[in-house]
Design a binder for this molecule. Structure first.
Ligand code: SAM
Length: 248
């Protein structure tokens, strides 16, 4: 990451799954202080926007210098390293599980955390490969958004989760949300764990889980089922059978 608040990442990257992943050397997380690339004695990284308007913008010189020092220059050399520079931004492509899967396979990511009113456009043009948003709302800075990416990606890295099977049934892994889950006790405040989950009948448990996941998805996120339906070729379509995909 490149950030003006590198210490925010210290507890985050040393605890829980991300901390364990670092200890096991499955991932390596480094927070670089943007101010290290500032050239004046006040270590200035922002300035007023041309054309007026509220707030300040991140200046291009220290930010591009920082990105190039950490990730290499945009273009051929960076492609050689197979790294990618991502600016966290409300204007970016909206982050989802598919993107997490794709990004978890990129060997080196440099996450750039914006602050103030955002960054000078030339930083994006000259040094950023992709802008990613974590949702349709505005945060004060890109640090929390970067943490969202780091956590979502880290848990997909092989060998990070103790039981990789836990990934398979999760929400967004397929087209459905994960249905309700229960642990002990079997009865709590008058609410009893469904009989089927205590039956020991694995086929019945699996069937129940699939049905519950489907019901929940229909009720809360019918759009996910619609997206999935668009991607499944109708059995009778030779085109669909050929390509494995049909146009919506
Ligand atoms: C206050 S925001 C700037 C908002 C900007 N003026 C706009 O209207 O789009 C400061 C920084 O927070 C980060 N940020 C805010 N919301 C975000 C989101 N939804 N996803 C990713 N990053 C976000 C970005 O790095 C952004 O440069």
């Amino acid at each position: 990451m490149i950030t003006i608040f590198p210490t925010l990442f210290e507890p985050f990257s040393s605890e829980s799954i991300v901390g364990i992943a670092q200890e096991r050397e499955k991932v390596r997380i480094r927070a670089h202080n943007l101010r290290d690339w500032a050239t004046d004695r006040h270590r200035t990284v922002d300035d007023a926007p041309y054309g007026g308007g509220a707030g300040m913008l991140m200046k291009p010189e220290p930010l591009v210098a920082a990105i190039e020092a950490v990730a290499g220059a945009k273009g051929a050399e960076r492609e050689g390293r197979r790294g990618r520079v991502i600016l966290l931004s409300p204007q970016g492509r909206r982050f989802d599980q598919k993107m997490a899967e794709e990004l978890s396979r990129v060997p080196e990511l440099t996450l750039v955390c914006g602050r103030y009113e955002g960054v000078d456009q030339r930083v994006i043009d000259l040094a950023v490969d992709e802008e990613i948003s974590i949702g349709d709302y505005v945060l004060c800075g890109g640090e929390v958004a970067a943490m969202v990416l780091i956590e979502a990606l880290t848990r997909l890295v092989p060998g990070v989760l103790g039981n990789p099977a836990s990934l398979e049934s999760e929400s967004f892994q397929g087209a459905t949300l994960e249905g309700p889950q229960y642990t002990r006790p079997a009865e709590y405040r008058g609410r009893v764990v469904p009989e089927v989950l205590r039956s020991g009948n694995h086929a019945a448990v699996e069937k129940w889980r699939v049905e519950q996941a489907l019901e929940l998805t229909k009720a809360r996120r019918p759009d996910l089922l619609e997206d999935e339906r668009r991607n499944i070729p109708p059995a009778s379509s030779p085109e669909g059978e050929k390509n494995g995909k049909v146009e919506p």
